[in-house]
Each structure stands twice: as structure tokens, then as C-alpha cells.
Design a protein around this ligand. Structure first.
Ligand code: HEM
Length: 401
């Protein structure tokens, strides 16, 4: 069998999504491969190639080309430029404005709230000897935190989560297929909800993130337009939610599958910081991001023709033996650990400090409450949710005492 035949890449295949890592391995031994799944795409997997693409925003654009497939999926943001899908100078301006909402002080102030939400959630299951890490903690916690940041009433949290899940599920629809009606409806409702919230905050500002962004909107020199503001708030809800959920879920799964690491973390809780980095490297919540090229470019030794979608496989790069010793080993003491889970370059994740803080509080709380944690007996194998890009477990039952 030729090398090309050994390569299999299909994010819409459930088996592939359940464990994409073996499929990344053949990609690691050479330059980016060109494939046509539904569209021509280049699979960039080696650490050095991924980092080079992410750092070179002049050749590798984050602005999706006009194509019905891509546009329908990002129409949830409306027509405004979005920080994650923009290039300089638009990106520079948007990033400067939205960074105001993510100062170290704001993140520090949230810490107490994250602990409070975590305790509240774990108190709800206090007498149980079997809990679901996803349903009981990892799913609700990040949405509560984001909703709190945005100043949204507690009563709306469940509705938020539902919109966000529906939008993320849209990854499940293969190109060429129209988005289901409920997904389109969720796009519209979500945007309309935030348009109304922004209006409220303009009339009656508070100390929440929407009010800070509205102020950024009203400062005279540099402004976020109304549509940009809505687009950013929607992006935050999506970017900050499912990702952090999957850090907690994938991270706990890695600990359960490596009980000696779990026990070591219990004995030496000061390792939590490097343990979180290893969870991000070993089974990152964002498997891949995309870039677009206007003209032909070279990556590694491969010539990539114009019009090819660039799949930057962050999770593959993070298991590249050229960048990490024993990359298949989950080692909570790994140092250095320069993983790409939060990206690199100008689009480096704005929420990274918040995600690290939430992940570490949630996992520390589980270990502190339960001296014994084991995988719960279950009939079916673990199931993953629909999205390949934001990959995570549907449920993770554990037996606790
Ligand atoms: C473990 C959790 C998270 C992971 C793994 C993650 C991952 C990423 C990655 C890989 C990018 C870069 C995308 C690219 O270059 O195309 C990114 C960007 C971004 N993330 Fe996160 N993220 C996480 C949590 C969060 C949170 C909690 C927030 C906000 C509350 C957030 C907000 C953003 C924003 C706004 C951007 C765009 C930045 C820009 O384009 O300049 N993320 N994230």
C-alpha cells in the first residue's frame, strides 16, 4: 500500500472522531498532504509546519473565502468581521478592543466565582456514588462562568447552553448538506438575544463584560461597531464554552486512564499547573483550526495550490515526536511543554488564562472531594459528541467515594 493510501482523514466519520490520533501518525512522517475530502485541503500535522503556518498570517489568512459551505456555518456571527476570522489591520483593532475585557485583574476577580459555581454543582450530586463528569460539572461550569461574565441572569444559563450546543453541532453537517432548521433558528435567536442585551447595557451599564465592550464601542477614537460587538459576544459564548468543557472532560479521562498520574497529582497538588498543560497537549479540546491562501505557497517541502483549505492539526502537532519526547505518554510533570492547544501568533487564545484557571479549579475540586475515583462500569464504550474541531466526550461516568 502506498503512503497516500494509508492516509485517512474524515472528520465526519464517528470512528475517526472517537480517536483521531492513530490517523495523524502517517501524516507526521512527511510534508503536508493534499487531499480532497469534499474540498481540496492540505493537512498540516508536523509541529514545525503548524507553528510556521500560525505565525505567518501574511500568507495564511484567517478570513474564510466566499463559499456557501463556510459562510453558512459562520453566519451565526452576522456580517461583521470577527476577531478569530480576521487578518490585520482589522484583527489588530478588534483584538486591542476586546482585550479590555480580559485583563489579568478581571480574570483574577472571577476566581472566587468559579470556585463558587464548582461547589454548587458538586453539592448537587453530593450523595451519589456515581457521577457524570460531563453532565454534572464540565458541561454546566463554563457556560455559568461565561454567562456571569456577560452579566446574563442565572435563569438564562440553560438556554445559553442549548444554543451553544446546537451551533457547535453544526460541524456535524457535512459540506454540501444544508444546515438543519433548528441550527439556523439557534443562530438567529442567539444573535437577537444579544442585540437586546447590548441595548439594555447601553441604557444601564454595569461592571460586566458586555458593558465594558459597550464602553469600548462608545469611546471616540477607536470603536467596535454594533455588529462587531454582537459578533464578539456570540464568539465568546461559543469559544469559551465547549473548549473549556472539553479540557475538563478530556483531562479527567487522561487521569483515569493513567491512574499513577492521578495518584501523583493527589499527592503533589502543586503539579496541577503542569498537569493542565499536559492535558491540553495530550488531548486538546481544539483539534484543528483553518487557514486560507490566496496564492500558491510552500509549507515544509509541499507546494500548496491557491484555493486549498489549510487544516492546521494542532492536536497532531502536539504529539509530534520531533517536538515532544515520548509524545504518546501522558506525563503531568512534562517540561518544557510548548503545546499548540491555544494556537500561536496573533490569534493566540485570548481566554487561555481563564480556561487554565477553570480547568484547574474543576479538577482540583473533584480530587479533593473524592479520595477514590474510578471509571464507572458501563455497557457501551465512551461516546464523543458531534464536532471534530471541538472534540469532547458526550459523557464520562465515574464511580466516586
Ligand atoms: C481549553 C480551552 C480553550 C482552548 C483549547 C482554546 C483554543 C483556542 C485556539 C486554538 C485559538 C486560535 C484559533 C486560531 O488561531 O485560528 C483560540 C482563539 C480564541 N479563543 Fe480560545 N480556547 C479556549 C478557551 C477560550 C475561552 C475560555 C475564551 C473566552 C472566554 C476563548 C476565546 C478565544 C478568542 C476570542 C479567540 C480569538 C483570538 C484572536 O483571533 O485573536 N477561548 N482559542
Amino acid at each position: 500500500m502506498s503512503e497516500a493510501e494509508q492516509i485517512y482523514f474524515n472528520p465526519w466519520d464517528e470512528t475517526f472522531r472517537a480517536n483521531p490520533y492513530p490517523y495523524y501518525k502517517p501524516l507526521m512522517s512527511g510534508p503536508p498532504r493534499l487531499l480532497k475530502v469534499f474540498l481540496p485541503m492540505a493537512l498540516v500535522a508536523r509541529y514545525s509546519d503548524c507553528a510556521a503556518v500560525l505565525r505567518d498570517h501574511e500568507h495564511f489568512s484567517s478570513v474564510p473565502p466566499r463559499s456557501p459551505f463556510l459562510e453558512e456555518r459562520i453566519s451565526v456571527f452576522g456580517d461583521a468581521p470577527r476577531v478569530v476570522f480576521s487578518d490585520p489591520p482589522v484583527h489588530t483593532r478588534l483584538r486591542r478592543l476586546v482585550s479590555r475585557a480580559f485583563t489579568p485583574r478581571r480574570i483574577r476577580e472571577l476566581e472566587g466565582k468559579v470556585r463558587e459555581f464548582t461547589d454548587l454543582l458538586l453539592d448537587r450530586v453530593i450523595n451519589k456514588d456515581r457521577i457524570d463528569v460531563m453532565a454534572d460539572l464540565a458541561n454546566p461550569l463554563p457556560v455559568m462562568v461565561i454567562a456571569h461574565m456577560l452579566g446574563v441572569p442565572t435563569g438564562h444559563y440553560a438556554m445559553f447552553k442549548q444554543w451553544s450546543d446546537t451551533v457547535i453541532e453544526s460541524d456535524n453537517t457535512p459540506p454540501g448538506m444544508p444546515l438543519p432548521e433548528n441550527v439556523r433558528d439557534a443562530f438567529t435567536t442567539l444573535r437577537e438575544y444579544f442585540i437586546a442585551e447590548i441595548e439594555k447595557r447601553r441604557r444601564d451599564p454595569g461592571d460586566d463584560l458586555v458593558s465594558v465592550l459597550v464602553a469600548a464601542h462608545e469611546d471616540s477614537e477607536e470603536v467596535l461597531s454594533e455588529a462587531e460587538l454582537v459578533a464578539f459576544v456570540v464568539l465568546l459564548l461559543l469559544a469559551g464554552n465547549e473548549t473549556t468543557t472539553n479540557l475538563i472532560g478530556n483531562g479527567m479521562l487522561a487521569l483515569m486512564r493513567n491512574p499513577e498520574q492521578l495518584e501523583r497529582l493527589r499527592r503533589e497538588p502543586e503539579l496541577m499547573r503542569s498537569a493542565i498543560e499536559e492535558m491540553l497537549r495530550y488531548d486538546g479540546p481544539v483539534q484543528a483550526t483553518m487557514r486560507y491562501i490566496r496564492e500558491g505557497v510552500e509549507i515544509g517541502e509541499s507546494k500548496i495550490p491557491a484555493g486549498t483549505l489549510i487544516f492546521v492539526l494542532l492536536a497532531a502537532a502536539d504529539r509530534d515526536p520531533a517536538a515532544f519526547a515520548a509524545p504518546e505518554t501522558f506525563d503531568i510533570t512534562r517540561a518544557p511543554n510548548e503545546h499548540l492547544a491555544f494556537g500561536q501568533g496573533i490569534h493566540y487564545c485570548i481566554g487561555a488564562p481563564l480556561a487554565r484557571m477553570e480547568g484547574s479549579i474543576a479538577i482540583s475540586a473533584l480530587l479533593a472531594r473524592y479520595p477514590n475515583i474510578r471509571a464507572a462500569a458501563q455497557e457501551a464504550p465512551l461516546k464523543y459528541k458531534g464536532s471534530f474541531f471541538l472534540r469532547g466526550l458526550a459523557s464520562l461516568p465515574i464511580a466516586v467515594s
